[in-house]
Write a protein that binds this ligand. Structure first.
Ligand SMILES: Nc1ncnc2c1ncn2[C@@H]1O[C@H](COP(=O)(O)OP(=O)(O)OP(=O)(O)O)[C@@H](O)[C@H]1O
Ligand SMILES: [Mg+2]
Length: 352
């Protein structure tokens, strides 16, 4: 029966359909076959993904770090593994490799750097290259302990729903805590045991259930450096700081007079802009970042902002107009500051 059905997927004609038992058997077989097809196609897509990610893993020099050897994440969380993350460009700092290496040895690390230096981008890329589902929490938002740890819904104690951090503990993957230095103290305190050798969370709200950190549960925290411009940033909680073995500093590819040819290439590749104009854009961006780091501007443009600017130019908008619609507004809505940004742009484009 199974053999016959397995050969002819369609179950068409020629079969006895009189007896209920036979029908049931056929139905069961059909399900089994469908399951087999599903699992074959999942395996196929994992294999295809493997081929392209293997090439990328080699490019970023992370082949030797397998973050979940022999383990396939269950289907329920596989859709949390990012796909199609754009490449990450650096000037030989090997950021991707340093993060993956830190995760491999210590299971967690911290990224620190000004806004727009690509911290979020790189965490998604690492998750994709390492095949890890990502759980992202922005600590600057008013996320409640309920959202993070869980809660009962309705009356009584039947319906408990896990929060994000508990889901990560149970299912593994990469927990990404963005703006970690804006985390509320009570939450930071509750996280401490899961980040050290104890490796578990105590759910006080659920009869003190102890949830062990998944064998392949990794953590990256990211933050802007503590300074006056980053409204709301605080020095990172000391207990959390001690639990991070590796700290990786991020900076812009181009700042002031230092112009990164890789950033110029990145802008060209992502927008289709010619080299000469891309260089001018990066020059303007680098100067704006210098002013920002000096405390003279409230924001320095990211490569993403420069790509937006370039995209409009490629669409036919004159460069200064395109800047007005993109990075001038992104920097500030204060007219004086906007005028300062325009001056920098005019000078980079040789217009006075
Ligand atoms: N080195 C890089 N290579 C490629 N793209 C980059 C790089 N750095 C930044 N980008 C791009 O610049 C934009 C801003 O990056 P991202 O949001 O990751 O910065 P961030 O450091 O997380 O900023 P914030 O601190 O404000 O959260 C994104 O579009 C990102 O893709
Ligand atoms: Mg970010």
């Amino acid at each position: 029966m199974i053999t016959t059905s397995a050969v002819g997927f369609g179950f068409q004609g020629g079969k006895k359909r009189g007896e209920k038992a036979v029908l049931l058997a056929e139905e069961q077989t059909r399900t089994e076959i469908n399951d087999t097809r599903i699992s074959i196609s999942i395996r196929k897509s994992i294999e295809t993904q493997d081929a392209s990610t293997a090439a990328l893993r080699a490019k970023y020099g992370i082949e030797k770090y397998d973050l979940h050897p022999g383990y396939i994440f269950p289907e329920s969380v596989r859709n949390l593994i990012p796909k199609g993350t754009p490449e990450y460009v650096d000037e030989g700092q090997n950021y991707v490799k340093r993060i993956v290496r830190a995760l491999y040895h210590f299971k967690q690390c911290a990224l620190i750097g000004p806004s727009g230096t690509g911290k979020t981008h790189i965490v998604y890329l690492v998750a994709e290259l390492c095949g890890l589902p990502i759980w992202e929490i922005n600590c600057g938002l008013q996320t409640s302990a309920y959202d993070l740890f869980g809660r009962y819904i309705g009356l009584g104690k039947e319906n408990w729903i896990d929060g994000q951090i508990v889901m990560w503990c149970r299912q593994g993957g990469l927990l990404y805590l963005d703006e970690a230095n804006m985390m509320k103290q009570d939450i930071a305190t509750r996280l401490n045991p899961v980040l050290d050798t104890r490796g578990h969370i105590v759910l006080t709200e659920k009869d003190n259930e102890i949830v062990k950190r998944h064998q392949y549960g990794y953590l990256v925290i990211a933050m802007n450096p503590f300074s006056a411009e980053f409204v709301g940033t605080k020095p990172l909680n000391a207990a959390l700081r001690r639990r991070m073995a590796v700290w990786i500093n991020f900076d812009y590819l181009s700042v002031g007079d230092k112009i990164s040819p890789n950033e110029v290439k990145l802008i060209q590749k992502r927008s289709g802009l010619d080299k000469e104009t891309a260089e001018k854009i990066v020059r303007a961006g680098a100067e704006l970042r210098r002013l920002y780091k000096n405390g003279d501007l409230p924001y320095g443009p990211s490569p993403g902002d420069l790509i937006n600017w370039a995209t409009l130019i490629v669409d036919g908008v004159p460069p200064l107009e395109a800047a007005d619609e993109t990075i001038v507004g992104t920097t500030s809505d204060d007219v004086e500051i906007q005028e300062m940004v325009r001056r920098v742009i005019r000078s980079a484009f040789g217009v006075h």
